[in-house]
Design a protein around this ligand. Structure first.
Ligand code: CDP
Length: 253
């Protein structure tokens, strides 16, 4: 991205506590979820969240490929997170890089604890996440899309899994970072929640915050996840409602 001097860092919070895109500290970016847009996949979902556009497709339980990954006591959950070359400002080199591998791994682990894997030994549940346009928080958008896709496929799971990143910008804890906040902020804390039990199934952190800030971030993230959960449920209702479906579930900023 080239070197950036301190004077080039954008002002992330104004004097009134407004963020770079006009949001308040605890506001989500507009979120819209469409369940089942793909015909060929067993389950699918499309998430438009701020400037992120993320498609998820799922299959399974089905035969394991490659075969040596097969487990006799449970299904394996495999995830492939991919960023399209055209999804970011500077063309991303296609293919699997370390970041995509890490994100694929943490998302697979998050879902392994939510799906009833013991019920389907020797099978695979496969999650594909394609990021078509990226603006920070794509792993969370991927989790949100994948859980709606899994439900769309009728794969039994404990609960839908909402996810959101909380962070610290200009010394303040804020919900749902966009790209400038992610790049120039002090901390980024993506998390995914099982609302029914309150269990976190994904929690990562980049940067620094105090113990008290971390506690406040977790509380704010849980509140955000509960709002996202409602949009996920509405997307599924819209897809499967017998009467008058709308074009997609959404939350305004
Ligand atoms: O997307 P997420 O916040 O989950 O992951 P990240 O590694 O913190 O990346 C933050 C953002 O940086 C991405 O969403 C993209 O907008 C951007 N990025 C990029 O421009 N080029 C890359 N090769 C990777 C990320």
């Amino acid at each position: 991205m080239g070197s950036i001097g301190a004077k080039d860092v954008p002002q992330l919070l104004d004097a009134n506590g407004r963020r770079i895109d006009g949001r308040g500290l605890e506001d989500l970016r507009p979120l819209r979820i469409t369940a089942g847009p793909l015909q060929q996949a067993e389950g699918s979902a499309f998430v438009e969240w701020g400037d992120n556009k993320v498609m998820a497709a799922v299959y399974g339980p089905r035969e394991v490929h490659p075969r040596h990954l097969q487990q006799t006591t449970k299904a394996v959950v495999q995830c492939k997170y991919n960023m399209a070359a055209f999804s970011v400002d500077e063309r991303k080199r296609p293919g699997l890089d370390r970041r995509s591998q890490e994100i694929s791994k943490v998302i697979a682990e998050a879902f392994e604890s939510v799906l009833f894997v013991e019920e389907y030994p020797r099978t695979s549940i496969d999650i594909y996440i394609e990021v078509l346009q990226a603006n920070a928080g794509t792993r969370c958008a991927g989790v949100v899309a994948a859980s709606v896709a899994l439900a769309d496929a009728g794969i039994p799971m404990v609960d839908l899994v909402p996810a959101v990143a909380v962070g610290k910008v200009a010394g303040t804890i804020v919900l749902d970072l966009k790209k400038e906040e992610d790049n120039y902020g002090e901390a980024d804390l993506p998390m995914a929640l099982v609302p029914r039990s309150g269990r976190l199934v994904l929690l990562q952190m980049e940067g620094h915050m105090t113990r008290d800030e971390l506690k406040r971030s977790l509380d704010l993230g849980v509140t955000g996840c509960k709002k996202i959960y409602e949009v996920q449920k509405q997307a599924l209702r819209d897809r499967y409602a017998v009467s008058a479906p709308s074009a997609g579930a959404e939350v305004a900023a």
